[in-house]
Write a protein that binds this ligand. Structure first.
Ligand code: PLP
Length: 386
């Protein structure tokens, strides 16, 4: 969108491939003699006039490459932002004062904080719902301007009935935004279900190596795209070309990484379920999980985050996180390396999340190596009570 979105011919050519191929093939330069196979890192703050870009805060060839790659996965024209939070802020910034927003009561703490602030300042009225309770969502969206969906939710891993609630919202002209960070476009594509915008923290799975902070918004609505592009320009929430290039490089292995991370996540969730230090495991891939049937009905995978509650409370959970040697005690998710943390170490975490819940972002390491480390750390966590 910033400079030149892929030509229709490129779009048609890519659409004949599966997403596993598109992560590799999309966002490449045109195949001309001596063209690079990768886009260049476009280090320019300004461009010769007259032209379609004009200035470095309005567009950049490296942005365009990543934007067209995400477009080919999410199915909507895309804008990259300086962070996931910048993307979320851009969406909220274009709502008029007094807008009614229906949002999940569990979700990423940054989003929850923005919603709380919008409510407290009188900018918006926020109706919080259990996003996995379809009847509750359907009742609350009446008269709303925006349905904000995160699914699976961070960190409770609840799964919303996306096809039903998106269709219901659209049938009564409620706008729908979906934060697709946890699922990735390989697992679900909300624009195809009718959502108006899809948001990503590209920091996570799409970049995949815990080395950049970036975000994106995708939409099929040109008028909305223009407003969001204007919001990006005016807030100046723009990414650096180098970070964008790194993200595009990371995207090339998204399918391989997701396949491996998801199969590791399922195996670890199964093993955690019978670990004596674990009270409860939350992972929609487990057949016993309350969200399994819903996830299976429309998702093409279950993601690679596993949350679980540790016996012995918050201090035992902290001890587990501090005791691991392979799994890093750090926030964030979606990288090749496994990370974990007790979510309530952050004061903004929702009160509905148990204080002993650990969120484990499962990476692509050998699953037996991961298990040895997790098992040892959890076993040590139980010595806290003695
Ligand atoms: C679901 C979700 N959305 C958005 C964000 C914010 O993204 P960023 O850290 O790139 O600003 C996060 C960060 O953890 C997240 O988990």
């Amino acid at each position: 969108m910033s400079t030149d979105q892929p030509a229709n011919a490129e779009r048609d050519y890519l659409s004949s491939f599966t997403a596993h191929t598109r992560v590799v093939a999309a966002g490449r330069p045109a195949r001309e003699s001596d063209a690079g196979v990768n886009p260049s890192i476009d280090l320019n703050s300004t461009f010769i006039a007259p032209g379609s870009v004009g200035y470095g805060r309005y567009g950049n060839q490296t942005w365009s490459a990543l934007e067209s790659a995400i477009e080919s996965l999410e199915g909507g024209k895309t804008l990259v932002f300086a962070s996931g939070m910048a993307a979320i802020s851009a969406v909220l910034s274009i709502l008029p004062k007094g807008a009614v927003i229906v949002a999940s009561r569990n979700g990423y703490t940054g989003t929850m904080t923005l919603l709380k602030r919008a409510q407290e300042s009188g900018h918006a009225e926020v109706r919080y719902v259990d996003i996995a309770n379809t009847q509750e969502v359907l009742a609350e969206i009446k008269g709303a301007m925006l349905l904000w969906i995160e699914s699976p939710t961070n960190p409770a891993l609840e799964v919303a009935d996306l096809p039903t609630i998106i269709a219901a919202a659209k049938s009564i002209n409620v706008g729908v935004a979906v934060d697709n960070t946890f699922a990735t476009p390989l697992v679900q594509t909300p624009l195809a279900m009718g959502a108006d915008v899809v948001i990503h923290s590209l920091t996570k799975y799409i970049s995949g190596h815990s080395d950049v902070i970036l975000g994106s918004i995708s939409t099929n609505d040109d008028a909305l795209l223009n407003r969001l592009n204007d919001a990006r320009k005016m807030a100046g929430a723009i990414p650096g070309p180098f970070e964008v290039w790194i993200a595009l490089r990371g995207l090339r292995t998204l399918a391989l990484r997701m396949d491996r991370a998801q199969s590791n996540a399922l195996e670890l969730a199964i093993r955690l379920s019978s670990h004596p230090a674990v009270e409860k495991v939350r992972y929609p891939g487990l057949a016993t999980d309350p969200h399994h049937a819903m996830a299976k009905s429309f998702m093409k995978g279950f993601g690679a985050v596993v949350s679980f509650d540790v016996k012995g409370g918050a201090q035992a959970a902290d001890l587990a996180c501090e005791s691991s040697e392979l799994v890093a005690f750090a926030t964030s998710l979606g990288g090749v390396e496994s990370l974990w943390e007790r979510r309530h170490r952050w004061s903004a975490e929702s009160p509905t999340i148990p204080t002993n819940l650990i969120r484990l972002s499962v990476g692509i390491e050998d699953v037996d190596d991961l298990w040895r480390d997790i098992d040892a750390a959890l076993t040590k966590s139980q010595t806290f009570q003695k």
